[in-house]
Design a protein. Structure first.
Length: 525
């Protein structure tokens, strides 16, 4: 794949589609402290897309929020199509085929998406929905009508969506509080086999008997969305009362709705403005003829109505960042999309006021922070200057943001992956290249070693508080079957012993992006 455009959605993930286009996005939604250790240690992503096939999501930063991302990549001609995990921000709609339900004729043409205030159609109200539950064989059938008279909250999720899964305990506790008045129904497009296997592992690890509607296209058709988790409130009178993020689902908000019919104020919005992200700022439909522009550099504050995103053209002549935090701008300009700098453990802030460049806020609070401190930036250079794109960007940031940034070698404790013998326990036996993964296992067949180490570095081990280094020297294609909590270095280490590998904490001199306050009277370089 030689024609790759890298696009990074800053609050939600990475996505690779059949048109050879790589998108990166992130997400965030605050979550309560969870009682189960495996949930607490799930990597935090900023929101995620539901464009699952050929989609690769990645979390470019750590957040104390519950909207995260999925899948990971290799920045070479061999793009790693890896199924990572949750945050959920898909901006290219997956074609939807809506199967007819038993006794109910529902086709693509017959489904009109519902909005707040709309009444649930009779066909949907009585539509048979297939459900699976941990500890039960096969599936059962339910309808929305089974919960008539209650507040119904549809919880659109996926097994790869970490924030979705992390919200399960919260949803269970709310069901117990409002046992007679509330039905929270998880809904996923994923197949029964995938969901059942995931629930079985969850039950073994936590004792939780999760359940969900499976293989759904119809509810997804009526309540279309790009980002999960996604919550639809259906009132006892069968009308769509609210569409929210997870932060709006609380004991207080549900009580106010049931007792006083007060809907949550934090309504979820996914609308985009007329900005075309495939055309440079102020060009084409963005007001300027592309043929008239040879070079420009634009720096603005927060742009209302524009989804946070980052894009660099394949020919490296243009870079566009919309509603990005100052830290993200510096990470791009100095990291130049090098894989190691996608890990947040490679950043060091030496600032008097860190809250002006980055934040752990999520949801509405994050948007308000971004409105105050975020920026939009675009740089277009002539073809002959494409090799200097990032250097020009660094100069612009130096002039406009007023911080001092460098890449410096720093002696720091790292988590080092190394071999314990010369015997090759990794070499593939051949066959079809494939990868299967979730929070409890990773199975790789006939794929490059760097696909595995990339997953560890950028995704699984992003929250360990130290850089990850691969010192195995291995580079070939491998077969791996690992059964462990992939975010837990201790459990992962036990599983790696079978391959004559180990993870050890050792000090190394590693490159770090260091951001400092500029000294008074210090001039730009």
């Amino acid at each position: 794949m030689n024609d790759i455009i890298v696009k990074a959605m800053l609050r939600p993930v990475f996505k690779l589609n059949s048109k050879s286009r790589l998108k990166i996005s992130g997400m965030a939604e605050s979550s309560d402290s969870l009682p189960f250790s495996w949930l607490e240690k799930v990597p935090r992503l900023p929101n995620m897309t539901e464009n699952i096939p050929f989609t690769l999501y990645f979390i470019p930063f750590t957040s104390n929020s519950c909207n995260w991302e999925k899948k990971i990549l290799s920045f070479s001609s061999h793009v790693l199509i890896t199924f990572l995990f949750c945050v959920c921000l898909a901006h290219a709609g997956q074609r939807e085929n809506f199967p007819a339900a038993a006794g109910v004729a529902l086709t693509t043409d017959s489904i009109k998406p519902l909005q707040i205030g709309d009444t649930i159609p009779e066909a949907l109200w009585n539509l048979p929905l297939q459900m699976v539950q941990a500890g039960q064989e096969g599936s059962t059938t339910i309808t929305l009508n089974d919960y008539k008279g209650k507040l119904i909250i549809l919880d659109f999720w996926a097994t790869w969506c970490s924030p979705c899964v992390a919200a399960f305990p919260k949803m269970d506790s709310l069901r117990e509080v409002f046992v007679d008045d509330l039905a929270i129904i998880p809904v996923t497009k994923e197949k029964r086999e995938t969901v059942a296997a995931f629930f079985a592992r969850m039950h073994r690890e936590t004792g939780r008997k999760a359940f969900s509607v499976i293989g759904d296209d119809v509810l997804h058709g009526y309540f279309r969305h790009h980002v999960i988790p996604h919550y639809v409130w259906i009132g006892p009178e069968r009308t769509v009362s609210a569409i929210t993020e997870g932060e709006a689902i609380t004991k207080r908000s549900i009580t106010e709705f049931l007792e006083r019919n007060i809907v949550p104020l934090a309504v979820k919005h996914e609308e985009l403005s007329h900005y075309d992200p495939n055309v440079p700022m102020m060009m084409g439909i963005n007001q300027v003829d592309p043929g008239d522009l040879s070079y420009h550099s634009v720096f603005t504050g927060y742009l209302t109505g524009i989804n946070p995103s980052l894009a660099i053209s394949q020919d490296k002549k243009r870079i566009t960042a919309l509603n990005a935090s100052p830290l993200w701008l510096y990470r791009v300009a100095y990291g130049e999309f090098r894989t190691e700098f996608l890990n947040p453990n490679r950043i060091r802030l030496e600032l008097a006021d860190k809250d002006r460049v980055t934040t752990d806020l999520a949801g509405v609070a994050y948007t308000e922070w971004l409105n105050k401190y975020g920026h939009s930036y675009e740089l277009v250079v002539p073809p002959e200057d494409s090799v200097q794109l990032f250097r020009f960007m660094r100069q612009d940031l130096d002039r406009f943001l007023g911080y001092r940034c460098n890449i410096e070698k720093t002696l720091t404790t790292c988590l080092v992956l190394r071999r314990t013998s010369e015997e090759d326990m990794l070499k593939t036996k051949g066959g079809k290249a494939q990868m299967k993964r979730d929070l409890f296992s990773l199975n790789i067949r006939n794929m490059l070693w760097k696909n595995f180490t990339g997953l560890l570095d950028i995704y699984y081990l992003q929250n360990i508080g130290m850089p990850f280094l691969d010192e195995t020297g291995y580079s070939g294609k491998v077969d791996l079957d690992i059964n462990a909590r992939m975010t837990n270095p201790s459990e992962l280490n036990k599983a790696l012993k079978a391959y004559h590998l180990e993870l050890v904490e050792e000090e190394r001199n590693v490159e770090m992006i260091v951001l400092r306050d500029k000294q008074q009277n210090e001039k730009p370089e």
